[in-house]
Design a protein around this ligand. Structure first.
Ligand code: NAD
Length: 337
């Protein structure tokens, strides 16, 4: 038998439906439900910073998962980011690939571009957090970071918070926020800003997706009962998490051990314990995070590989039905068997 691998480049995964945020949100929520119901094996990521984990210029990270239930797929995302890429025209900051394997035969069955999947699922994770925790009738959201994930974050918030009327989009580089405002013209009102303090003033929801390596958002800029969703390691000052009434994180064991992120620093300093937080799989299986409209709710995420694998599995099935992608063989005749 020859393992036949379907190679899906970025254009193929897009053809297979990746930009459908409604689908990605549904798959993301379903995956977190399955994690909570022990249908998924989701080992902790292995992070390899170069030249060092503490002071990386670039990193590669391995994210394996097995998805049970009706999905029944093993897989692995090789996620990577490079600071240098942020300065290069036409090159993404993060570049990811996904490999899917048959869980019984362990035959590799697909290799897919995972870069846009990462952006879609990251924003969908924030979308699930917003769906459950945004204040009722939220009209204004402030989004910080108008990059790749900033764009998919607009898509996710439009879908997850149907009452949303306006997005205040902040970026250090004004042209990036202006670019997204133009791109979403006619779909939702996006107003560009460079100053978070000004942009967050009348927002009920704050979502961050910057490449900042140090905190810059202050608690005193925020309303006492809003929802904050932090999708990267360092943007909110510690006070924001420390004084939150309720905290939800996508994966405690991962976030408490990931060097360089706020949750890890607070855990190491003894300021945050597992008992202080709800995990996202618990939340989608019924544990209420926001209990009333007066609470300040903090949501944090470092990303969970099983969500990438679940979405990749869906795209693979779609691609097979559509007959797209390039077929590859791992061998013609395997040696020494
Ligand atoms: N939680 C997750 O699952 C997950 C997954 C993937 C990426 N991320 C994180 O999301 C972040 C964004 O990734 P991306 O691919 O969109 O990067 P990107 O380079 O495309 O965009 C980042 C944007 O943030 C802006 N920015 C940086 N510092 C800022 C500041 N202080 N104030 C305002 N804007 C600022 C930059 O100008 C840039 O436009 C990264 O930190 C990445 O690690 C999180």
């Amino acid at each position: 038998m020859k393992p036949e691998i379907l190679f899906l480049k970025q254009e193929d995964v897009i053809k297979a439906g990746l930009l459908d945020m409604k689908m990605v949100l549904a798959e993301t929520e379903k995956t977190f439900k399955m994690i909570g119901q022990n249908q998924i094996i989701n080992p902790t990521k292995v992070f390899m910073g170069m030249p060092s984990n503490e002071n990386w210029d670039s990193y590669c990270m391995s994210m394996p998962a097995y998805i049970g239930g009706d999905v029944d797929t093993a897989g692995f995302k090789w996620a990577a980011e490079s600071k240098a890429n942020a300065q290069l025209e036409g090159v993404p900051y993060g570049i990811d690939i996904v490999i899917l394997s048959d869980p019984k035969t362990v035959f590799p069955k697909a290799i897919l571009d995972g870069t846009i999947t990462t952006a879609m699922r990251t924003s969908a994770t924030a979308g699930v957090m917003a769906k459950y925790n945004a204040l009722k009738g939220t009209k204004v959201a402030c989004l910080v970071g108008a990059g790749v994930i900033g764009r998919t974050m607009i898509m996710a918030m439009m879908e997850a918070v149907p009452t949303l009327e306006k997005i205040h989009m902040v970026d250090l580089v004004k042209e990036k926020a202006e670019g997204l405002a133009k791109e979403f013209d006619g779909k939702i009102k996006v107003i560009p800003y460079t100053d978070v303090k000004e942009a967050v003033k009348d927002a009920q929801l704050l979502v961050t997706e910057t490449t900042s390596r140090k905190p810059f958002i202050k608690k005193e800029w925020l309303k006492p009962n809003m929802t904050v969703i932090q999708m990267e390691g360092q943007s909110c000052e510690e006070d924001i998490l420390l004084t939150a009434d309720r905290v939800v994180l996508d994966n405690w064991s991962q976030m408490s051990h990931l060097v360089g992120i706020l949750v890890h620093e607070m855990y190491e300093a003894g300021k945050l314990k597992k008992e202080d937080i709800v995990e996202l799989p618990e939340m989608v299986n019924g544990v209420q995070v926001r209990q009333n409209e007066d609470q300040f709710v903090y949501c944090g995420s470092a990303g969970v590989g099983s969500v990438d694998i679940a979405i990749a599995a869906k795209l693979y099935e779609n691609a097979k039905k559509m007959g797209i992608g390039q077929k590859l063989n791992l061998w013609d005749n395997p040696l020494w068997v």
